[in-house]
Design a binder for this molecule. Sequence first.
Ligand code: TYD
Length: 205
Amino acid sequence: MFITFEGIEGSGKSTQLRRVAATLPDAIVTKEPGGPPIAERIRAILLDSASALDPTAEMFLFAASRRQNVVEVIRPALVRGAVVLCDRFTDATLAYQGFGRLLDLDRLRTLNAWATDSLTPDLTLLFDLSEETGITRARSRNAGASTDEGRFEAEDLRFHRRVREGYLSLATSEPKRFAVVDGNGSEDEVFARVGEVLRERGVLR
Ligand code: TYD
């Protein structure tokens, strides 16, 4: 079973992923961009706000990182029958590079299929909340950790609005695969919603 966690910055998806992982001790946890060591090196280039990355070059780096993660981590785990939890996957490319950066969606779909040998998640949890709330949360988290904004967090609200709307339209076009989870409220409130979805889908009993 392959479950992906998606949403805009500050949507709470990574926190919720950790909480789900705590209830599924045998699950394999990974993230994008990143995962295996080569993909982590690609991630460093992608998130460096000092690098003037061309949007198409950026897209290829996401695809390269994803390929490495699928080949080294995700596919072998699924073959063993493990549950795999992945923080962002192909939908992030459609939402950020497609709806956000306005690259051609059909090409991005082709690239995603190429990079993953058409691996599609069984379930995608989309944590939805307004871009204002998300960015405010992400910025206060950065301030607490005294880390700089990444290249994406520095984008303006219009960019994040397009990403959010992009995610929602993906969810509408594949209602069986997606579960949209309201990301507003406390961590516990959101986790209760996640638990409901996971029980409905037979992941948790
Ligand atoms: P990360 O620090 O992992 O942030 P988050 O916790 O929000 O996931 O940074 C990943 C960034 O990369 C995030 O801003 C979304 C972006 N991204 C894309 O633009 N395209 C992609 O295909 C993926 C996987 C991520």
